[in-house]
Design a protein around this ligand. Structure first.
Ligand code: DCS
Length: 481
């Protein structure tokens, strides 16, 4: 019998090509060990609530009321919910005909898109048009919609940072496009160099690839760096010269752990540059409710804003969004709340500030604890996590460890991370899942475990790493930096 359409050998090759290490071999092994009763610390995914972060109270109160509107008719509702949460629930229900059980417009609820536009305007100091803002099921769906609109086939290339979050490599593979890597420089605090970008583009063109877009992740995942305004200007100018659309992944814009380089949006820098570039360069920027101090990953809420995209294309993207009917409606309300939180003077304001500041301050301390912890370990070097949610230490694996990995049929960093998992229960992602320079090895962990557990986790890592290095080091040399 010939292979049937869904037999492995006959499915779409692009699906097989796509790789997503964040839930790859390490994650699967960790899940198995957990079933066998081992305590696993899942630091492989930036999923704050799964590691004990408590949800902010106000948004949950509002969405609870929207989910159960009969509570609004209960005479005792005022005893259980503050008046500003009740008012906000009514505000969202009035914008969502049929409530949370009805599909919304495929671009999202108009009133929420307006709240997003007002947020962007406050943040950047430039007008933002709700018609050019689409709400999505997490930023992931938005990235997929836009990449599927850009990539026409194998000849189309997308410039992606390496190391990168594998949403990009996987989506490009699924759509049959070509990933064109540009390397972030570890010794320059994961900075990028415009000359390298130019070289990456000319090499790709030489191979017959039409480079059409450039992705930046700011703050970086897995690398944690924050781009300076000067760097962003350079990137925008480069995209303009090379006729590329810039995809600005800004999902970690609230996650900043230093004061020297605050978050600045690509949109603001573009507008600051003035015409002609501010009127011509195409930019799509992404945001989410999954990160920041919200961490509402399971709600799946996101948006993107399109700049300098012509109306005909905006309509085509609307059509693509319509095929999925509607983004999650509860998630849209989370987005509305995130961009329009309680204000000074509101009943819930103090609690909201206390909770969000508590989370951010603790993340800032955890970023420091982790970086310092890794840097105190043998053959480990780690840049400080300036932003986002991850630490990305380089592990200088001794040649004998690389040899042992080969014998075991494993990529060296996968070998190291598997041993770490078996010994300590710490579930990380090998650096190779994000792309690496040849012969350089990393792992990625989130900085999300509870602060009080952090010292124990770091000392268990250190103990494992010491033993590993003791076992494999021949005291003659390590892998290169
Ligand atoms: N962009 C970046 C850079 C991300 O890190 C993530 C999630 C997303 C987009 C998508 O998020 P949402 O779809 O939830 O909005 N980061 C994954 C990660 O590396 N760990 O956890 C999730």
């Amino acid at each position: 019998m010939p292979p049937r359409p869904l037999d492995f050998e006959s499915i779409n090759e692009n699906v097989k090509r796509a790789q997503y290490a964040v839930r790859g071999e390490l994650y699967l092994r960790a899940s198995e060990l957990q079933k066998e009763g081992k305590k696993i610390i899942f630091t492989n995914v930036g999923n704050p609530h799964a590691l004990g972060q408590r949800p902010l109270t106000f948004p949950r109160q509002v969405v609870a009321l929207c989910q159960a509107p009969f509570l609004l008719e209960d005479p005792n509702v005022g005893l259980l919910f503050p008046a500003d949460a009740i008012a906000r629930a009514k505000h969202y229900l009035s914008m969502a005909p049929g409530g949370l059980g009805a599909y919304s417009d495929s671009r999202g609820i108009p009133g929420v898109r307006k709240e997003v536009a007002e947020f962007i305007q406050r943040r950047d100091g430039y007008p933002s048009d709700p018609e050019l803002i689409y709400l999505t099921d997490g930023a992931s769906k938005g990235v997929m919609q836009i990449l599927s609109t850009i990539i026409r086939g194998q000849g189309d290339g997308i410039l992606v940072p390496v190391p990168q979050y594998p949403l990009y490599s996987a989506t490009i593979a699924l759509h049959g496009g070509s990933l064109v890597p540009y390397y972030l420089e570890e010794t320059e605090n994961w900075g990028l160099d415009a000359n390298d970008l130019r070289q990456a583009v000319s090499q790709a063109r030489y191979k017959g690839i039409t480079v059409r877009a450039m992705v930046i992740i700011n703050p970086g995942n897995p690398t944690g760096q924050c781009l300076s305004e000067a760097n962003l200007r350079e990137i925008l100018r480069f995209c303009y010269q090379e006729n590329l659309v810039l995809l600005g992944d800004e999902v970690y814009q609230q996650n900043i752990y230093q004061d020297e380089r605050p978050f600045v949006s690509s949109k603001k820098v573009l507008m600051d540059m003035g015409p002609p570039i501010s009127r011509e360069l195409q930019l799509v920027s992404f945001h989410t409710v999954s990160k920041g101090y919200w961490g509402e990953c399971g709600q799946r809420g996101g948006y993107y804003e399109m700049t300098n995209i012509p109306p005909e294309t905006v309509d085509e993207i609307y059509k693509v969004a319509s095929v999925s009917l509607s983004p999650n409606v509860p998630a849209q309300i989370f987005m509305g709340l995130m961009v329009n939180p309680p204000k000074p003077g509101d009943i819930s304001y103090d609690q909201y500030v206390r909770e969000s500041k508590g989370i951010l301050d603790s993340l800032r301390r955890r970023a420091r604890l982790m970086t310092d912890g890794f840097n105190s370990c043998r053959n480990v070097v780690c840049n400080f996590t300036e932003g986002a949610m991850y630490s990305f230490p380089q592990i200088r694996l001794p040649p004998r460890a690389i040899e042992a990995a080969k014998q075991a049929g494993k990529v060296p960093d996968v070998f190291y991370c598997l041993k770490l998992l078996e010994a300590t229960g710490i579930s990380t992602v090998p650096g190779s899942g994000f792309g690496q320079k040849e012969g350089v090895f990393h792992l990625r962990t989130t900085i999300l475990p509870a602060e009080e557990e952090m010292p124990a986790i770091m000392s268990s890592f250190k103990k494992f790493n010491d033993e590993f290095m003791e076992q494999y080091e021949d005291h003659r040399g390590y892998s290169r930096m």
